[in-house]
Each structure stands twice: as C-alpha cells, then as structure tokens.
Design a protein around this ligand. Structure first.
Ligand SMILES: Cc1cc2nc3c(=O)[nH]c(=O)nc-3n(C[C@H](O)[C@H](O)[C@H](O)COP(=O)(O)O)c2cc1C
Length: 176
C-alpha cells in the first residue's frame, strides 16, 4: 500500500451519478452539476446534497427551499460537465447549453426534458447547511422517461474523468 493524499479521497468515495440540480430564484431558473450526494431514507426518499456556498445555487436553495434533481445519461455528459463549470450568476445555462425546461408539478424549479429521471424536492433540513453546505432534500414527486432505454449514468472521478455505469448483474440476496 502507498500513501494517498487526503485531497484525493473524494475520488474514491464519489460513487453516485452526476446529477443536475435546478433552482428558481428571483424569477430565473438555474442549473448546476452535483456529485456529492447520498441517499438517507427510502420513503419518503431523503437525499443529502452538498451545495457549496460559493455557488449561485446555494442562495437559491436556501431561500426558496425547492429544487429538482435531474439525472442525465451518458449522451448528456458533455453538457453536464459544462453546466458544472460555469455560474448562473452570469449565464442562462438552459439557453447556453440547449437544455429544455419543463414545468414541475410540486415545485417552482423546472424539470429537464433531456434527463431520464427528474426528482422534485423540498429542503427538509438545513441544520448542516451553514457548517457543511449540506442540505437534506425530500423527494416529493419523481418522473422517469422510459423512452430512454438502458440509460447509463456518469460518475465523477475528478479532473474531467468520469466512469460510465456498467454491466448489471443479479445476485441472490445474501448469497454471492
Ligand atoms: C462533475 C461535477 C460535479 C460537481 N459536484 C458538485 C457538488 O457536489 N457540489 C457543489 O457544490 N458543486 C459541484 N460541482 C460544481 C458546480 O456544479 C459548479 O460550481 C457550478 O458552476 C455552480 O453553478 P452555479 O454558480 O450556477 O450555482 C460539480 C461540478 C462538476 C463538473
């Protein structure tokens, strides 16, 4: 075993798919990329997300307490990376990257038509938002686009490297 810099630990434990998080604030929708998220509860589904306070989306999420988690498949990877590399402070990212807004049912931020799944969320807990930029979201409504067959999610490994969701295997429960 060799020493691994602590600065690289996140590249090992960042397993979840890259998702896009939409917000709507002061009459304008915005979108950012997120890969620091984890499931916290099955039902109602709770998801913890780290949204850095350096991002424009932080203020929107804290003020409006609403967002949509939109999950892109492989073909959207370049757009997802682009969305995660510029700020909505200056750019209308939906326009700039050709992402289609679709009105949500339960929240103000839009769904993204090109994503294979969209989760309408409310902020359920902000107790760790000031300390760790961590928001616990409750999924209020979930959408899936079944016309996208076998969507492959993308998983960030740092510095522009992404793994693509691979082969599906089935194991009998508890008997590998
Ligand atoms: C693949 C990828 C994953 C990212 N994951 C996160 C994350 O988990 N949390 C975060 O705060 N920013 C993350 N970012 C950075 C934001 O998406 C980026 O700072 C974005 O420009 C913020 O946009 P905004 O200022 O419009 O909110 C990620 C970027 C990329 C490209």
């Amino acid at each position: 075993m060799k020493d691994l810099p602590l600065s690289k630990v996140y590249q090992l434990l960042e397993p979840g798919p890259v998702v896009l998080l939409t917000t709507a604030y002061k009459g304008r929708a915005n979108v950012m990329a997120i890969s620091w998220h984890m499931m916290v509860e099955f039902e109602p589904p709770l998801v913890a997300c780290v949204v850095s306070d350096a991002n424009y989306s932080f203020a929107a999420l804290r003020a409006t307490k609403q967002c949509v988690i939109a999950i892109p498949a492989l073909k959207l990877a370049p757009k997802a990376a682009a969305v995660g590399n510029c700020s909505g402070r200056k750019v209308d990212k939906f326009k700039a990257f050709g992402l289609t807004r679709v009105p949500a049912e339960r929240v103000s931020p839009p769904l993204i038509a090109e994503c294979f799944a969209n989760l309408e969320c409310r902020v359920a807990d902000t107790r760790l938002a000031n300390k760790f930029n961590l928001f616990v979201l409750e999924v209020l409504k979930a959408w899936i686009d079944r016309t996208q067959k076998d969507p492959k999610t993308i998983h960030h490994h740092g510095h522009g490297r992404f793994a693509v969701d691979g082969e599906m295997i089935r194991l009998k429960s508890g008997k590998p």
